[in-house]
Design a protein around this ligand. Structure first.
Ligand SMILES: Nc1nc2c(ncn2[C@@H]2O[C@H](COP(=O)(O)OP(=O)(O)OP(=O)(O)O)[C@@H](O)[C@H]2O)c(=O)[nH]1
Ligand SMILES: [Mg+2]
Length: 217
């Protein structure tokens, strides 16, 4: 990487930190597609299995304790929740319902699934999707299915490992290696994965900078 690239990266990280410590506001919660906000600003969606840590990661990235509602109970987030960043607004983050949650009634699961898939496939201002994966478990078939759907829809995504504070560094590297190797086989996946802990703040400033780069791309 050249010195010029380094300078741009540092500037981006600094700007991202400044933006996220400024105005971040909950906009609305859409239980159905007809309640989506106007497609006025670039968006980045957080998706992944139930309980993987989507809402917690939004809280960590925005530096807010509970702007997005997190819970030990899988299936906490049941709508598409939109958050605005910047004054004036520069972009939006979208907290999505989780997939792969077997305990919810089938009808409910189908409803979330339809909402998530239709949104990810057809949302014009969607600049990037983050596919969150629990670092303790690695990729599950439901993640592979989601990644395949995003490949087919040509929606670019980053794979983000969550809860890295819960495992040893050596285990993390083993899982990260496997997940990265698999991600590289997916056409719409970013070749490098992210390692994060919403609890300890690991990887959060890098993810903020990546989000800013994505919404500006
Ligand atoms: N140790 C640790 N726990 C975490 C981390 N991120 C999330 N959790 C915990 O994992 C549980 C689920 O977190 P959520 O953020 O609600 O997960 P979600 O993906 O939004 O879940 P749904 O909305 O149900 O799909 C909560 O008990 C969090 O406190 C992390 O980085 N480290
Ligand atoms: Mg949630």
């Amino acid at each position: 990487m050249s010195e010029a690239d380094d300078a741009t990266e540092a500037e981006l990280a600094e700007e991202a930190a400044r933006l996220f410590s400024g105005r971040v506001e909950f906009l609305l919660s859409a239980p159905q597609l007809k309640f989506l906000p106007e497609p006025d600003f670039p968006e980045v969606a957080f998706c992944g299995r139930s309980n993987v840590g989507k809402s917690s990661l939004i809280n960590a990235v925005t530096g807010r304790r509970s702007i997005a509602r997190a819970s030990v109970t899988p299936g906490r987030t049941q709508e598409l929740n939109f958050f605005e960043v910047g004054e004036p607004t520069q972009f939006r983050l979208v907290d999505m319902p989780g997939y792969g949650f077997a305990k919810a009634p089938l009808k409910v699961v189908e409803k979330w699934r339809g909402l998530v898939r239709t949104f990810l496939r057809g949302r014009a201002p969607l600049k990037r999707t983050l596919v969150l994966v629990d670092s303790r478990h690695g990729l599950k078939d439901s993640d592979r299915e989601m990644m395949k759907m995003l490949d087919e829809a040509a929606v670019g995504y980053r794979v983000v490992l969550t809860k890295t504070d819960k495992i040893k560094a050596s285990e993390l590297e083993a899982v990260a290696g496997k997940v990265e190797a698999e991600a590289r086989k997916h056409v719409a996946a970013y070749p490098e994965i992210h390692r994060t802990s919403a609890e300890k703040g690991m990887g959060i400033s890098e993810l903020r900078a990546a989000i800013l780069a994505d919404v500006r791309a």
